[in-house]
Design a protein around this ligand. Structure first.
Ligand SMILES: Cc1cc2nc3c(=O)[nH]c(=O)nc-3n(C[C@H](O)[C@H](O)[C@H](O)COP(=O)(O)OP(=O)(O)OC[C@H]3O[C@@H](n4cnc5c(N)ncnc54)[C@H](O)[C@@H]3O)c2cc1C
Length: 407
């Protein structure tokens, strides 16, 4: 397999769903708004959705995205809607203490509620299913996984340690001896989710633009923020940068904090798997999910080539793709047809938690979701909307100031 370059790497989700928007320059361009959101993924979409609902017509909201909507990580992920953060709960507790870990856990619980609410009767079309998820731990993850289950249950979240006999037989020989099941988890078709949010927010008056690359921002004393979009300017009372892996391009002080990291994924034709739920495994380096049509989406293994994958260049990594193909074959118990291969760019922070908060007067960031944004952006969008509209506090644990002192 040879590596292919950028533009021709749509995901299976892109092939099956599209998100319409107006191209910057087609028709009138707004020069002023109450809220400008920069980005075109789940974070931008959730913030636009929540802010437009809460502002109830009082604010003009403009979303500016350089690429088509959902063409960043949000249209290239595996669509797992998990609980907590990208760390197992016991790791998070060790990192931040139980009260803060609980606060972040509650965020992901409310995220799931938001997904349910916004999809409503479209849930089936968007493949949203709360099947639970299985975690298969490496030999050194036994204690962390056991503590994760114990502490989640103590904190009111369903979680089960599974003895090997309970694990589907096809998964018992993978060298991943520890298993835990999280019954509240699920998965979604992520481009459908973005499309639904864009439609809903569009009905509430949000204007969406693609081909609108923001190259600079300037704080204008008493007049908000001036954004440069091509040869144009947009003045906004307040701006939220939802550019995830690319935050460092617009806030250079964040470039060493949010590291672009590439992930490889493939999709197969129908295979007969004897379980309906997504599986996450091996320190989070491996994940796959059976889809309702019997096909499989599988990704990860970036630890095979971490230097090459530390990039924001959208390309296939043949070595990792070959390893994923081999695993798909093993999971399927025979040859599989690979229908789609793609890559996506995540934004990783040093503590694997996103940055959500102010970085300059009138300018906020919400990004660096460290491979877990499907599970958090719905709740973060709601918190941010409440913060912008009524000064509600944001979680201190996510404040960008933990890595960077705002000017
Ligand atoms: C392979 C892979 C698998 C994943 N699997 C999962 C999973 O199963 N579950 C989970 O919870 N998370 C998963 N994630 C992570 C999840 O996809 C992200 O955390 C989430 O999509 C982040 O959303 P976002 O809107 O912040 O970022 P993105 O979707 O990356 O959006 C950022 C947007 O900013 C735009 N942009 C950048 N710079 C500019 C600029 N200067 N001007 C205008 N626009 C700009 C980009 O075009 C892009 O649209 C995965 C990610 C990848 C790559």
């Amino acid at each position: 397999m040879s590596s292919r370059a950028a533009a021709d790497l749509p995901s299976v989700w892109h092939r099956e769903a599209a998100v319409p928007a107006t191209r910057w320059g087609d028709g009138a361009r707004p020069s002023r708004c109450d809220l400008a959101i920069v980005g075109g993924g789940l974070m931008a979409a959730w913030l636009a959705y929540h802010a437009s609902a809460r502002a109830d017509g009082r604010w003009t909201i403009t979303v500016l995205s350089d690429r088509p909507l959902a063409h960043g990580a949000s249209g290239r992920n595996a669509g797992f809607v998990l609980g907590g953060t990208s760390e197992l709960y016991a790791t998070l507790v060790g990192q931040l203490g139980r009260p803060v870990a609980r606060e972040l856990l509650a965020l992901s619980q409310s995220n799931r509620q938001h997904v349910r609410t916004v999809l409503g009767p479209d849930g089936e079309r968007a493949e949203y299913r709360e099947t639970g998820s299985l975690y298969l731990g490496a030999p050194d993850e036994g204690e962390t996984l056991a503590n994760t289950v114990r502490w989640l249950v103590e904190d009111g979240v369903a979680a089960e340690s599974w003895m090997p006999g309970r694990v589907p037989s096809s998964l018992r020989s993978l060298g991943l001896p520890h298993a835990a099941f999280f019954p509240e988890d699920g998965a979604v078709q992520p481009v459908h989710l973005v499309a639904k949010l864009v439609r809903q927010a569009g009905r509430a008056g949000v204007q969406w633009y693609t081909g609108a690359r923001v190259t600079a921002w300037t704080v204008q004393d008493g007049a908000g923020i001036r954004l440069t979009v091509g040869g144009d300017h947009v003045w906004a009372e307040r701006v939220v940068l939802c550019t995830n892996a690319w935050l460092g391009q617009l806030v250079p002080a964040l470039a060493p904090v949010v590291r672009p990291t590439r992930g490889q994924v493939l999709a197969t034709g129908p295979v007969a798997l004897d379980y309906p739920y997504p599986v996450y495994a091996d320190h989070g380096y491996l994940y796959w999910r059976p889809r309702p049509d019997g096909s499989l989406v599988l990704g990860g293994r970036r630890q095979l080539d971490p230097e090459t994958e530390a990039t924001d260049a959208l390309a296939l990594n043949p070595r990792i793709q070959d390893a994923l193909t081999a695993l798909a074959t093993r999971l399927a118990g025979g040859t599989v047809a690979v229908t789609d291969r793609w890559a996506g760019i995540m934004g990783f922070t040093p503590d694997h938690l996103p940055l959500v908060g102010p970085v300059a007067p009138g300018l906020w960031v919400a990004g660096g979701f460290s491979g877990h944004g499907v599970a958090m952006t719905g709740a973060v969008g709601d918190l941010l909307a409440q913060h912008l509209l009524s000064a509600a506090p944001l979680p201190q644990s996510l404040n960008p100031a933990r890595f960077y002192a705002p000017a």
